[in-house]
Write a protein that binds this ligand. Structure first.
Ligand code: LLP
Length: 454
């Protein structure tokens, strides 16, 4: 049994009715299926099996450290983009050598903690999370370096601490991933990576630096990348660079292909993962045999369809042209529709018909046009717009599908809503892996003004 399905008119996560979860912990709540996560992991691994890649889970997709732990147990390392994510990955049991540290804005404090556990902000509290003393934990396995300025900072701090960091330089290949402009990262006008025509001179300049050893290249062109071809183009550019570097005596042992593998938010909308594997594996197989280590940084492809969001209907309002279904989940809970106009399939939790097709207009009788909105005081606060939906009532549960990636991680306290609870289901067991944030927790850091002694 994998993931989410209707059984006896109620939606289940694995073997657990999600209505019972909503009853027990309230709403809005994110629910994840452990079996769906495992299945997605195995599927990705199989698609790239001939490359035997190191999979580093992109923690930003769904950072809960119990989810990181589950993936770690399957063999994943972690891809992190902040000192916070790095500590989270480590707390979840990931060895530092299995962490790759990316991100354009690494601070000195974050780099120090990535090199030497004495600088971990969790030193005093790590034990509470079942983690050991960070002092002995060693440096991260790899820095994905975004600029020469960052390279200089890592080199300086590495030398200071007597540690030689390992780094891949992120290449900006100027390839269009044909995705939303806000999640396009591989074009020359984007802030990410180093232009391809500057890579060789950069490696030359930093050859033999005592603080950092450049061991490879990294490329991540966007998320999601809904077509195979842009990946192929980017990889071809990076392979030419690897050859140019090798010709100048640089030893390149790692190629990190980033993430961006898509999932279907609507049925059949993107090529299956296997199509990406089939196009990419032949480009790299021979180099893999010759010793090149290939890394992937999947986030969405592991989590998006492994999680749902439950919203409880507070009010129903008949508008002139459509019905507004006002739930307790809104842009504060799930920002993607407001920020990217992203499509998420939504449907009532209680349903006695055939499972509907995930699309804008399912072919089901008796539907009426609706907007599923939230409680936030903004017109942009919607989860689904102009969607034909079955009749629902106040107090019913609505399900937002494909909510497992970039849902909770982008939730906020806007309008003073606490961040939602998270529940991880495994077989017939459901665990609250993150309690709903209380108002007291939100107000705590404002409690007593602290006079600055300037
Ligand atoms: N590696 C790097 C360097 C990245 O920047 C990202 C995502 C990933 C890996 C993981 O990509 P994935 O496999 O999850 O596609 N908030 C947006 C997505 C932003 C992605 C940011 N970087 C959304 O909700 O669609």
């Amino acid at each position: 049994m994998h993931g989410f399905h209707w059984h006896q008119n109620h939606l289940h996560a694995d073997a657990v009715p999600v209505a019972a979860i909503a009853e027990a912990v309230g709403t809005p709540t994110y629910v994840y299926s452990a079996s769906a996560i495992r299945q997605a992991y195995e599927r990705l691994r199989a698609a790239f099996a001939p490359l035997d890649p190191d999979l580093h889970y992109a923690v930003k997709a769904s950072p809960n450290h119990h989810i990181c732990r589950l993936l770690g147990e399957l063999g994943a390392g972690m891809d992190v983009v902040s000192g916070g994510e790095m500590e989270r990955a480590w707390v979840s049991g990931c060895a530092m050598r299995d962490i790759v540290f990316a991100g354009v804005g690494k601070s000195d404090a974050e780099i120090r903690a990535a090199l030497d556990g004495r600088y971990s902000p969790l030193r005093e509290v790590a034990e509470r999370f079942g983690a050991g003393d960070p002092v002995e934990r060693g440096p991260v396995g790899l820095f994905n370096v975004e600029s020469e300025s960052e390279l200089a900072a890592i080199a300086r701090l590495g030398s200071e601490l007597g540690i030689r960091a390992r780094g891949c330089v992120r290449v900006n290949p100027n390839v269009d991933p044909e995705t939303h402009e806000y999640t396009t990262t591989g074009k020359k006008e984007n802030k990410f990576g180093v232009d391809a025509d500057r890579i060789v001179e950069l490696f030359d300049r930093w050859r033999d630096d005592p603080g950092i050893e450049l061991v490879g290249l990294h490329v991540h062109i966007g998320s999601p990348v809904p077509k195979v071809q842009p990946y192929v183009e980017a990889i071809e550019i990076v392979l030419r660079l690897i050859d140019a570097l090798a010709a100048r005596g640089h030893r390149i042992d790692t190629l990190d292909l980033g993430g961006g593998w898509p999932v279907a938010y609507r049925e059949g909308e993107v090529p299956p993962l296997e199509a990406y594997g089939a196009a990419i594996v032949p480009l790299l197989e021979e180099r893999r045999r010759a010793g090149l280590r290939v890394c992937l940084e999947p986030g969405r492809s592991l989590l998006a369809n492994s999680g749902i969001l439950l919203s409880r209907i507070q009010h129903i309002k008949e508008g002139k042209d459509k019905t507004f279904i006002i739930g307790d989940a809104g842009m504060q809970t799930m920002l993607r529709p407001a920020l990217y106009r992203a499509f998420h399939f939504v449907w009532p939790e209680r349903w006695s018909g055939e499972p509907p097709t995930w699309c804008e207009t399912p072919e089901v009788d008796g539907l009426a046009p609706c907007d599923l909105v939230g409680p936030i005081c903004e017109t942009g606060d919607f989860l689904a717009r102009d969607r034909p939906l079955p009749p629902m009532e106040q107090g019913d549960l609505v399900v937002v599908f494909s909510a497992g990636a970039y849902g909770m991680s982008m939730a906020s306290n806007y309008n003073d809503h606490g961040r939602p609870a998270e529940v991880l289901v495994d077989g017939d067991q459901a665990r609250v892996v993150n309690e709903r944030q209380s108002l007291a927790a939100i107000l705590e850091t404002e409690r007593s003004p602290r006079l600055l002694d300037l």
